[in-house]
Design a protein around this ligand. Sequence first.
Ligand SMILES: Nc1ncnc2c1ncn2[C@@H]1O[C@H](COP(=O)(O)OP(=O)(O)OP(=O)(O)O)[C@@H](O)[C@H]1O
Ligand SMILES: [Mg+2]
Length: 345
Amino acid sequence: MALIPGIFSSDMAIDLGTANTLVYIRGKGIVLNEPSVVAYHTKDGKKQVLAVGEDAKLMLGRTPGSIEAIRPMRDGVIADFEAAEEMIKHFIRKVIRRGTWTRLKIIVCVPHGATPVEKRAIRQSVISAGAKRAGLLSEPIAAAIGAGMPITEPTGNMVVDIGGGTTEVAVLSLGDIVYARSVRVGGDRMDEAIVSYLRRHQNLLIGDSTAERIKTSIGTARMPDDGRGAVMHIRGRDLLNGVPKETEISQAQVAEALAEPVQQICDAVMQALEATPPDLAADIVDRGVMLTGGGALLGDLDLALREQTGLSISVANESLNCVALGTGKALEYEKQLRHVIEYDI
Ligand SMILES: Nc1ncnc2c1ncn2[C@@H]1O[C@H](COP(=O)(O)OP(=O)(O)OP(=O)(O)O)[C@@H](O)[C@H]1O
Ligand SMILES: [Mg+2]
């Protein structure tokens, strides 16, 4: 079907992710991309916002007693309502002038598995942050649109969005979801797996941000061919004597640490395939699977998935931006995609 863009305004689309929040403005594209973190300062019993986004992320795991850095989203939904609202308000203020707020409409994407209560919390926080209307769009639909998949055609398309908190596997046809499943495994779980591997195997305690750095630098879903791969110097605390310690970790060790979360992602894809009606499953065998989200960038994850499922796997261009781009596109082409945007729940 032909899609006609809507007229320009400051209506926006928000990808309120567990790890990152992205804001898209109609007619402009993505204008903000920052970590979903809020830091509070408590003085004389009063709590004040100290930093939001990039600046607040630098404080995670490094705060003194009077400062608290919070990640308001967990598993793709709001875990701390007050902090989520502060964060959304801060980001909206950063990207648009106040005068243009009066008719502000915002579309936010939500995990497919979000409950009505969780959806209402997201909608409410956007309204409290200043929007007049808030529409919700299912994340797998947004991811598929953002990855450029032909979701309105009568063929089966599978998208796997691997975020910080969740992995959503969905099969889409004719512009809607035929099957979707959300598993609470994503980038955060991978970071935790690296922390716990080093604790168990090297008596070394590292912070979550060091684990994330290991994952994004040398992380891999498959054992390296030479059995060791690249190595990275790391620092942490020796659990035996409590002093700082420097050591190294190899790609083979990271692959071992990540084996369980990677397996859980493979299992979710297999289950989706088994639950998909046969004609649509045959389409997926022909067309392959599209990976989106930051977790899709894990080294060799596409290869590991191909080996386990036998399907051809592609990683979307701009995989970290797909959900925001897709939600933005839904805003631009709202007339044609009206049936998938929920305004009243
Ligand atoms: N090169 C990389 N290799 C592995 N993981 C990566 C890489 N780059 C980013 N990530 C991970 O991707 C995750 C963030 O992805 P994304 O922004 O898609 O999540 P999110 O949308 O905030 O979360 P969710 O969709 O679960 O709410 C983080 O855990 C981050 O560590
Ligand atoms: Mg996401």
